[in-house]
Design a binder for this molecule. Structure first.
Ligand code: PEP
Ligand code: MG
Length: 326
């Protein structure tokens, strides 16, 4: 089976009915970008930039960030999409350079875009580095933990500001840099129709979306029965997000672990997900799986599972119709 999957590293991603979903990787460093390229990822659906900020006492400089982003771009062909996510630190991930206050509920706390908007100097440095890297390839930008339309607008306004600054300085960047938001907070999923009017794309972060929807800490093993992305409550939110984006002609990806889970893939394909981003080791297996699926025929299956009661029923329903799924 491993050799069979490995043969999919070099093939194009195509379903039985000729759809080409994008199959890309989640990475956390330039080294991981190279590994992802070797596994046959078509680019990067989520570059977690936290590594630049963790376990060090000073904030990363613009040059340092630019070097890391450009290195990731170079790991792939020039057209390959590379989605850089601004830093998602705080909560459980420490940021020694800022001495963040200890919080009772770190996952509900001062984190990610909430810090970036509150610390413009830190955010602007990162935006400058991303914009400069956008002159080197097909870079896209996304913001983590967006909970409101207002947060998105503030982040975008800062981006426009930084663009104007680079323009004045004569520093090259892509003025049409695609800019999107992660959908990982239920409020953003519920407001997806509003957000879709303004963003270029969504990327659904199911790791957090599941924990916030089910009110179950994603790290707590006692609560693992609640942390199943195949819960119809989660699937309904995902379906709603994809529909909202489609109505505005925007594309939707997923960069939570769910995107590479065999039972989830047919459902997501049936719902019309455009981009699947996962840890690079899952890429060949998922490409092999997609090659055996017919997106059009999966639409009724995807609709039907939204009407079931729990993840167990969803799994059984999928296995009855796709017995070879594993
Ligand atoms: C997610 O929440 O699904 C996600 C991809 O972000 P992270 O795992 O980095 O929180
Ligand atoms: Mg997240």
């Amino acid at each position: 089976r491993q050799t069979y999957y490995a043969s999919f590293r070099e093939r194009p991603t195509v379903t039985l009915d000729g759809i080409h979903p994008e199959l890309v990787s989640n990475i956390g460093s330039p080294q991981e970008a190279e590994a992802a390229a070797r596994e046959g990822a078509e680019g990067v659906g989520l570059f977690r930039t936290e590594f630049l900020y963790m376990e060090r006492s000073a904030l990363p400089t613009e040059e340092e960030q630019y070097a890391a982003y450009a290195a990731v771009v170079r790991a792939f062909t020039p057209e390959a999409p590379v989605i850089i996510r601004t830093m998602d630190i705080g909560g459980d991930k420490e940021l020694p350079a800022l001495e963040l206050p200890k919080e009772d509920n770190p996952f509900l706390g001062y984190r990610a875009i909430r810090i970036s908007l509150d610390r413009p100097e830190l955010f602007r440095t990162q935006l400058r580095a991303v914009l400069r890297a956008s002159a080197q390839g097909n870079v896209k930008l996304m913001f983590p933990m967006i909970a409101t339309v207002g947060e998105w607008r503030k982040a975008r306004a800062m981006l426009e500001d930084v663009k104007a600054e680079l323009q004045t300085e004569g520093i090259p960047f892509n003025p049409n840099l695609e800019t999107g938001v992660m959908i990982e907070v239920p409020s953003a999923a519920l407001m997806a129709d509003r957000l879709a009017k303004e963003v270029d794309f969504f990327s659904i972060g199911t790791n957090d979306l599941v924990q916030y929807t089910m009110a179950a800490d994603r790290m707590n093993p006692k609560l693992s029965y609640l942390s199943d992305p195949l819960h119809p409550a989660v699937l309904r939110l995902i379906a709603q997000v994809i529909r909202a984006a489609e109505r505005q002609g925007k594309w939707v990806g997923m960069c939570g672990e769910m995107a590479g889970q065999p039972h989830a893939v047919p459902v997501l394909l049936g719902l019309g997900l455009h981009e699947f981003s996962m840890n690079s080791l899952s890429v060949p297996r998922t490409r092999a799986l997609l090659a055996r699926l017919d997106a059009r025929k999966l639409r009724p299956l995807a609709e039907a599972v939204l009407e079931l009661d729990d993840p167990g029923e969803v799994k059984t329903y999928i296995e009855e119709r796709i017995p070879w799924i594993r």
